[in-house]
Ligand binder design. Structure first.
Ligand SMILES: *[C@@H]1O[C@H](CO)[C@@H](O)[C@H](O)[C@H]1NC(C)=O
Ligand SMILES: *[C@@H]1O[C@H](CO)[C@@H](O)[C@H](O)[C@H]1NC(C)=O
Length: 190
């Protein structure tokens, strides 16, 4: 089971790196029962955003909460209302969303989306600068060993495998080039 978690985490890493390079991704690892703060921020703009969503994607696609400027937030799942708190406001371009009493099934990718009025067309939706990958381990600890170092170990070996794949792809491409007469026989590995 632990390895499935590692694998899932790894996949998330790969997927997020490939598909969502536009924003910074921060990894957060918490235990069940703990809480986490997700800061949401966008650049100053005029007009200021009038609303913000906190969305989760990948494992569970849904809106966790929506906050209309100067009003209390609403949640997608009513059970979440008591364990989520929000400070700041979309019109300030910055908020902190705190989720407490974390459960293992809170593990997911999270990001904020600010809604900005656009007079000439539909409202614009702007994702915040940072995305979060939240991993919530069950039962206080989720690995009998020193989980952090083994996680690093898994991640670094994944990077190694990726590099190897890139190298192999490079070699195959070079071979293809070498076999065509007009190209240089030099194999360039950059
Ligand atoms: C969010 O938290 C950070 C760090 O605790 C703090 O500096 C910042 O002022 C907070 N922002 C809001 C909008 O509450
Ligand atoms: C997560 O698990 C809790 C029970 O531990 C359940 O009440 C809740 O609905 C689950 N949430 C999701 C998104 O599946």
């Amino acid at each position: 089971m632990i390895w499935i978690q590692y694998l899932a985490f790894l996949w998330a890493l790969v997927i997020t790196q490939i598909g969502f390079a536009r924003s910074e991704i921060r990894f957060l690892k918490q235990h069940e029962g703990e809480s986490v703060v997700l800061p949401c921020e966008i650049e100053q703009r005029d007009p200021a955003p009038w609303g913000v969503y906190l969305k989760r994607t990948w494992l569970n696609n849904k809106d966790v909460l929506f906050k209309y400027t100067k009003e209390d937030f609403t949640v997608g799942n009513s059970a979440d209302k008591s364990r989520i708190s929000v400070s700041g406001d979309p019109s300030f371009h910055s908020l902190n969303i705190t989720i407490s009493q974390l459960k293992a099934n809170d593990t997911d990718r999270y990001y904020c989306e600010f809604v900005v009025e656009n007079p000439s067309s539909a409202d614009e939706k702007i994702p915040s600068k940072t995305e979060y990958f939240l991993l919530v381990g069950a039962g206080g600890h989720w690995c009998g060993c020193s989980s952090y170092s083994s996680l690093l170990y898994v991640l670094s070996s994944a990077v190694g495998v990726l590099l190897l794949l890139l190298l192999l792809t490079g070699c195959v491409l070079c071979k293809v080039r070498q076999s065509t007469p007009q190209s240089t026989p030099q194999c360039e590995v950059t």
